[in-house]
Design a protein around this ligand. Structure first.
Ligand SMILES: C[S@@+](CC[C@H](N)C(=O)[O-])C[C@H]1O[C@@H](n2cnc3c(N)ncnc32)[C@H](O)[C@@H]1O
Length: 274
């Protein structure tokens, strides 16, 4: 489901709850000529929105958001803060989490366990791309552990991209701005990603179309649905399996599918065999 349809559904849940509550409360308050009891009305809106979300089987986090949304709105209004603060907060969030808004891929750094695992997997001098590089939390330590690699990172969230640029500009990491869906993957022998379950199938198809046979495609935490990885790197201490790396090799292509790449024959070679 596209993001727009998803948001439209959640807005409909909220609107239905508010409409129902106001339909019930309005005549009650009108006939009794009494003051609106806003805390009661808002609590009723939150409860009803929660129930509608639950009955219509929305994901649990949406149920929580619906429960809290109208009461939080009312509580925020009581603070009498200038609306500009809310606008500012929204803009900062958008600058940081643009990936979550546009493709359901939030900013979340890889963590210290991943770098040594990935460093062991990558072949000598491999041109390696971190798809959605965030603030460079993976590429920076990787460049120290594997100075032979030709590292690149791409991101399209303005604030993380800028922080990453400041962090990597003195090191030989290519730091690219843009949407990874529009970025060609052919020049890379290895692609690493830590994204979300949503884009994995489409991203794998893109990698198979553009990368050369034998190259590596490594995904942290999110396997490609329906594709058996060549190997799975898992730290036995990582019981939650958040740091698991799923390693795939780009399959040989149909000669008619992309003859140019096959003729160039840029085969992946494991470390030491290059
Ligand atoms: C979970 S973070 C991973 C950060 C980094 N790779 C790491 O491992 O520490 C995912 C990143 O992907 C970026 N992203 C999401 N959609 C993107 C897109 N279409 N093009 C480029 N970057 C994107 C987000 O901005 C976010 O920084």
């Amino acid at each position: 489901m596209t993001l727009f349809r998803h948001l439209a559904r959640q807005c409909a849940v909220e609107a239905a709850a508010v409409f129902l509550v106001f339909s019930i409360f309005w005549p009650f308050y009108f006939l009794r000529v009494t003051e609106w009891r806003w805390p009661v009305v808002c609590a009723a809106c939150g409860t009803l929105a929660f129930l509608i979300a639950r009955v219509s089987r929305q994901p649990w986090w949406w149920q929580v958001i619906h429960l809290a949304f109208v009461p939080a709105l009312w509580a925020g209004l009581q603070l009498a803060i200038s609306p500009l603060w809310y606008l500012g907060g929204f803009l900062v969030l958008l600058l940081v989490f643009r990936g979550a808004a546009s493709g359901r891929i939030p900013l979340y750094p890889s963590g210290a366990r991943t770098t040594p695992q990935l460093a062991c997997l990558l072949p000598d001098k491999a041109a390696t791309l971190d798809i959605g590089a965030g603030i460079g939390s993976l590429l920076l330590p990787l460049s120290r552990q594997r100075p032979d690699l030709l590292l690149s990172g791409i991101d399209n969230a303005p604030l993380p991209w800028l922080i990453g640029l400041i962090r990597v500009h003195k090191i030989g990491i290519r730091w690219l701005w843009g949407d990874f869906w529009r970025h060609p993957l052919a020049p890379y022998q290895a692609v690493y990603c830590f994204l979300s379950p949503t884009p994995m199938s489409a991203l794998w198809r893109k990698a198979c179309r553009e990368m050369w046979p034998g190259c590596l495609f490594v995904s942290k935490a999110f396997p490609v649905p329906g594709i058996i990885p060549e190997c799975i790197c898992r730290d036995p201490e990582d019981t939650a399996e958040r740091d698991t790396l799923y390693v795939y090799r780009i399959p040989a292509r149909n000669r008619e599918g992309d003859p140019e790449n096959i003729l160039r024959g840029n085969e992946y070679k494991p470390r030491g065999e290059a």
